[in-house]
Design a protein around this ligand. Structure first.
Ligand SMILES: NC(=O)c1ccc[n+]([C@@H]2O[C@H](COP(=O)([O-])OP(=O)(O)OC[C@H]3O[C@@H](n4cnc5c(N)ncnc54)[C@H](OP(=O)(O)O)[C@@H]3O)[C@@H](O)[C@H]2O)c1
Length: 252
């Protein structure tokens, strides 16, 4: 029997990057997985590839009514609140407040909507795993990252709040805080500018989405009495949010 056989799992933001890799890893561990994202055609294609234990769900986590309606009636054993993004690297005195709203609504309110929708059934059953995607940006701040970092500091506060609110209910709550992971994150942040996005990872070996997925599967397959709380994963080439070791490349 595989480690997660018979478990029903939710992954938000499963259309790309860490979420897609996590869905893949959970399926490989035997779970049934609901893959949620806005780009339904992407999650449908991935679910089709992953087979009958994978199910695609069109969901915008910013919409609480949709989260409540589509997630609230399902008895999830695990929810990975992964959907998240950054927009731009502008200074706070120069940035567009509309960008802040999108990032805050996705990373803080979207995560809360997801958690609010799935936890009542977990509390009712006296078990369940919540894994929140934080970041090392929830521990250190870098120039041009103030608002994104604030949302990830918020994820850490919510992780602590959930542990306190749900103490004694049988749930396990974890936050996974990666450093640089090579996903579409920078492409989204740089609004589709491939060259700027590629520069973020130039000359270093970032984490792969599968590395983070592997850590998530490890967390949720510990014996029931162990709650891995905060897991920080750095690429070996990254010493802090702003100190990164880059090797010389032919492109300089
Ligand atoms: N990459 C990194 O270096 C890094 C480091 C630390 C933490 N993280 C965190 O890891 C998480 C995943 O990011 P990633 O690196 O895998 O980026 P990614 O490749 O851009 O994937 C982001 C995912 O979030 C989904 N998403 C965005 N807004 C959404 C919304 N309103 N509703 C539902 N889904 C939404 C996207 O799907 P749709 O666009 O299809 O909705 C996509 O599947 C984020 O929380 C990010 O902050 C990333």
């Amino acid at each position: 029997m595989q480690a997660l056989s018979g478990k029903l799992c939710l992954v938000t933001g499963a259309s790309a990057g860490i979420g897609a890799a996590t869905a893949r890893a959970l399926i490989a561990a035997g779970a049934q997985v609901v893959l949620a994202a806005r780009r339904i055609e992407r999650v449908r294609a991935l679910a089709a590839e992953l087979g009958p234990r994978a199910q695609a769900l069109e969901l915008d986590v910013r919409d609480y009514d949709a989260c409540s309606k589509l997630l609230g009636s399902q008895a999830f054993d695990l929810a990975v609140a992964n959907a998240g993004m950054a927009l731009g690297t502008d200074r706070i005195d120069q940035a567009n407040p509309a960008d802040w709203s999108e990032v805050i609504d996705t990373n803080i309110k979207g995560l809360l909507h997801t958690v609010r929708a799935v936890t009542p059934k977990m509390v009712e059953r006296g078990r369940g795993d919540l894994v929140l995607l934080g970041s090392v940006a929830g521990r250190q701040v870098y120039p041009g990252g103030g608002v994104y970092c604030a949302t990830k500091f918020a994820v850490r506060a919510l992780y602590e709040g959930l542990r306190l609110d749900l103490a004694g209910k049988g749930l396990r709550i974890a936050t996974v805080d990666p450093g640089m992971v090579h996903t579409e994150f920078s492409l989204v942040r740089m609004r589709g500018d491939q060259e700027r996005a590629a520069k973020v990872y130039q000359g270093l070996t970032p984490l792969a989405p599968a590395d983070v997925a592997d850590a998530i599967v490890w967390i949720v397959t510990r014996p029931a009495h162990i709650n891995v709380g905060e897991l920080v994963l750095w690429p070996t080439d990254q010493a802090s949010v702003s100190v990164v070791h880059r090797r010389e490349t032919s492109r300089g």
